[in-house]
Design a protein around this ligand. Structure first.
Ligand SMILES: [Fe+2]
Length: 199
């Protein structure tokens, strides 16, 4: 018996594919709904840059914590009750100084330490940023509103599946002596990615 020549295959609409996955899961006694709801909750209420901001504020006010954070980020953030997925094996914290600006990217996709610095913004996932920040970092930062003087060295760090990064921004002079919660409020997601400095 001969088979008819099939027409070129096109992907089914996303709704249809989702329905197929749900059906396959429910055939096995699993439900997708609570998993999706749990992920939504995590993304919207748990994986927020405010976590990293607490870490930064603690590092600014507690030199011993800062040293532990730079030595082993994963262990240090756990002291503040913050966890990372098992496959994020290392959290490497990059210390900015007045003359060094660390910047994070993921040239392959969009990896971040998302439980600490929050889910990556759209521009971080953009091919334009991923490709250009490595080769033209100074220009890309300027386009993003961070115009660094020539004496500032820019170091770009490419995230991998098991090594995640977080930038420790320089504490603005005007905030010296502030309490931790106040400090945490001024720490932005972009400053922990390294595309902004705090003033
Ligand atoms: Fe990635």
């Amino acid at each position: 018996m001969s088979h008819p020549v099939s027409a070129p295959r096109t992907a089914a609409p996303v709704e249809q594919r989702v329905a197929a996955i749900e059906a396959a899961l429910s055939d096995r006694g699993m439900t997708a709904n609570h998993v999706v709801a749990e992920l939504e909750h995590l993304a919207q209420e748990e994986w927020l840059p405010q976590n990293g901001a607490r870490v930064v504020a603690r590092a600014w006010t507690d030199p011993a914590f800062r040293a532990r954070l730079l030595a082993d980020g994963r262990a240090a953030v756990a002291e503040l009750g913050l966890t990372m997925p098992r496959h994020h094996r290392h959290l490497v914290v990059l210390e900015n100084t007045p003359t060094v600006q660390n910047v994070i990217c993921c040239t392959l996709c969009s990896c971040t330490a998302f439980t600490i610095v929050g889910l990556p913004p759209d521009w971080y996932k953009d091919l334009e940023y991923r490709a250009r920040v490595v080769r033209q970092s100074r220009t890309v930062l300027r386009e993003m509103g961070l115009d660094l003087p020539p004496e500032v060295e820019i170091r770009v760090w490419d995230t991998t599946a098991d090594t995640r990064y977080m930038v420790l921004p320089v504490q603005p002079q005007r905030t010296l002596g502030w309490a931790e919660p106040e400090l945490a409020r001024i720490v932005s997601r972009d400053s922990m990615i390294g595309v902004a400095r705090l003033a």
